[in-house]
Design a protein around this ligand. Structure first.
Ligand SMILES: NC(=O)c1ccc[n+]([C@@H]2O[C@H](COP(=O)([O-])OP(=O)(O)OC[C@H]3O[C@@H](n4cnc5c(N)ncnc54)[C@H](O)[C@@H]3O)[C@@H](O)[C@H]2O)c1
Ligand SMILES: O=P(O)(O)OC[C@@H](O)[C@@H](O)[C@H](O)[C@H](O)CO
Length: 395
């Protein structure tokens, strides 16, 4: 029973491993738009793909009623797909939202001929990704186009959570996922006459606490394991987690962020503690080998003032709450080296040229006294990574 058309930008790990599955189960036909010729060919040839769940039985599921278009080389077909869309979704990576804006702008113009309103859901690890995508599109639009877009489109912020990886079986990419998932959708931004509900998603009136919980608990601890794990030359997050000292350090980092949620949102302590426990269990899932180079990817993005490491530290600072471990985690991130990761290369070049304090001020928009303090932590941890585990402040 396929009733509606979804156009999804990004047939990567989470695109196939979560968004594709949930939209399929909500009776959408899915056109993936991507730029990777290999996955496009696979989806076009098979019109379906496999998901493997990391449950006891290693069960599998086939997602059918899908196809794919190369949005870089086949603009015409991509625009045709957009013109028929009932919903538009993305999971291309936060840094790529700007790159899909021009195509979406043109696709949205052709969609305006339809009477129905279309929701656009950008599913990326960032605060208000859909609102940010809207800004990129509106930056390219004339005032009259913006008025039309306001009438025809709703940009709906979301938070998505699932450990979603891939493996290759007989030359085909298979999505490998934990059974758990969360897709939180901003109810206030969804028009009341939307003719579908996304099955399995949670609709909430105030997105902010949920996207912050995703970033400041799930992704913050993930990044902390990755960057401290890299300091000790581990290759996967699971190896870092099984190091008792790192585990203890990341737990105390999370307990600082826990205080933020309790103070800022009066979040019930037991519920947040349970969420933290569940998150740490998920990160430590022995069936997953999640490489530090994936979890630590794009350190410049992760060190942005609005992202998982710096944002909670600044918020705790404003509230006058303890953030010592958070500062150490930021310092560990500034020490991250990976010659295969373009952002890590730029980061280390900038540090070599301008020093830690200036780079921290510039990249994380942190005021000078705090930036100098974190720079001091970078020097200390570079000399002796064991200081990460020292109680009290490092001087
Ligand atoms: N993998 C996860 O477990 C997970 C979980 C939650 C959130 N996320 C978020 O989802 C997003 C995607 O992550 P991922 O792990 O699936 O990454 P990925 O690299 O596996 O997939 C991204 C896909 O987007 C495609 N893409 C990139 N630029 C594009 C463009 N301009 N036009 C069309 N397609 C383009 C890539 O070719 C790739 O197939 C990120 O924002 C990530 O933070 C990932
Ligand atoms: O996708 P990133 O680069 O923002 O972060 C890396 C991981 O922390 C992330 O992909 C998690 O696995 C995911 O967010 C879990 O839901």
């Amino acid at each position: 029973m396929v009733k509606m058309n979804a156009v999804h930008f990004g047939a990567g790990n989470i695109g196939r491993g979560l968004i594709g599955e949930v939209l399929h189960d909500s009776h959408f036909y899915i056109q993936f738009l991507d730029t990777d010729p290999q996955i496009i060919k696979q989806l076009r040839d098979d019109r379906s793909y496999e998901i493997r769940y990391l449950d006891r039985q290693l069960s599998t599921k086939t997602i059918d009623n899908v196809s794919a278009i190369n949005s870089a080389t086949d603009r015409e077909h991509a625009l045709r797909a957009l013109a028929d869309a009932d919903i538009i979704t993305t999971s291309v990576g936060a840094n790529n939202l700007e790159k899909i804006a021009a195509l979406l702008h043109d696709g949205m113009l052709s969609l305006c001929h339809n009477s129905r309103r279309v929701n656009v859901l950008a599913n990326e690890n960032m605060i208000n990704a859909s609102s940010s995508l809207r800004e990129h599109i509106y930056d390219l639009s004339e005032p009259e186009e913006r008025r039309l877009f306001d009438q025809h489109f709703s940009f709906v912020d979301t938070a998505i959570d699932r450990q979603s990886l891939s493996c290759v079986v007989e030359g085909k990419k298979v999505a490998v996922v934990e059974p758990y998932f969360e897709w939180v959708i901003s109810n206030n931004q969804i028009p009341t006459d939307t003719p579908y509900r996304i099955q399995g998603a949670s609709y909430v009136d105030d997105m902010t606490p949920f996207i912050e919980r995703k970033l400041f608990i799930v992704n913050a601890s993930h990044a902390a394991f990755a960057y401290t794990g890299a300091l000790f030359h581990y290759e996967t997050v699971q190896q870092a987690i099984s190091d008792t000292d790192i585990n203890t350090a990341v737990r105390s980092f999370l307990m600082e962020n826990f205080q933020y949620f309790v103070n800022q949102y009066s979040w019930a302590e037991e519920e947040m503690l349970e969420f933290i426990k569940q998150t740490l269990n998920r990160h430590g899932n022995p069936q997953i080998a999640d490489e530090i180079k994936r979890v630590g990817r794009s350190p410049l993005r992760k060190l942005d003032q609005h992202d998982r490491l710096v944002c909670p530290v600044l918020k705790l600072e404003q509230l006058g709450l303890k953030n010592e471990m958070g500062k150490r985690m930021i310092a560990a991130a500034y020490l991250y080296e990976n010659s295969q990761d373009p952002e890590a290369v730029v980061l280390q070049k900038e540090i070599q040229r301008y020093g830690y304090a200036s780079t921290i001020c510039k990249r994380s928009n942190i005021a000078e006294p705090l930036a100098r303090e974190i720079a001091g932590l970078c020097f200390a941890l570079k000399k002796n990574a064991q200081l990460l585990f020292k109680n009290g402040e490092i001087r």
